[in-house]
Design a protein around this ligand. Structure first.
Ligand code: FES
Length: 122
């Protein structure tokens, strides 16, 4: 008997179209989305859409409650720490990285990818 383990990305549709997302999220704002038992922030910026954990790495508070985007970062409303939306790093290195999730815009809608480790005995 053997064992294998690999990472598999599952894609979840969060909006049916770009137009729907634009109607729901003002520029440089974000909304909370719940997928696969996770709560994420889904942000609209002039550089595209981004998904992060909703829980702030600083004190675990929900960034979606008043958070916003500014200069390529997502800003937590509670103490104004800011994470780069491409690298996940806090801009002043005061805190751990925020988890980022891939976003894909397809003909059928806007999708967020969640990676999971799948293990099997064979
Ligand atoms: S809880 Fe987010 S910056 Fe403090």
């Amino acid at each position: 008997m053997g064992f294998f383990s690999k990472n598999v990305t599952t894609w979840y549709r969060v909006f049916a179209s770009l137009e729907e997302a634009e109607r729901a999220i003002p520029m440089n704002r974000l909304v909370a989305v719940e997928i696969d038992t996770k709560r994420l922030c889904f942000a609209r910026t002039d550089k595209g859409y981004f998904a992060t954990d909703e829980k702030c790495p600083h004190q675990g508070l929900p960034i979606s409650r008043g958070g916003f985007c500014e200069d390529g970062t997502i800003v937590c409303p509670f103490h104004r720490y800011a994470w780069n939306l491409k690298s996940g790093r806090e801009v002043e290195k005061r805190e751990n990285n925020i988890q980022l999730y891939p976003v894909e815009i397809r003909e059928t809608g806007i999708y967020i990818g969640i990676e999971k480790k799948v293990s099997r005995l064979f």
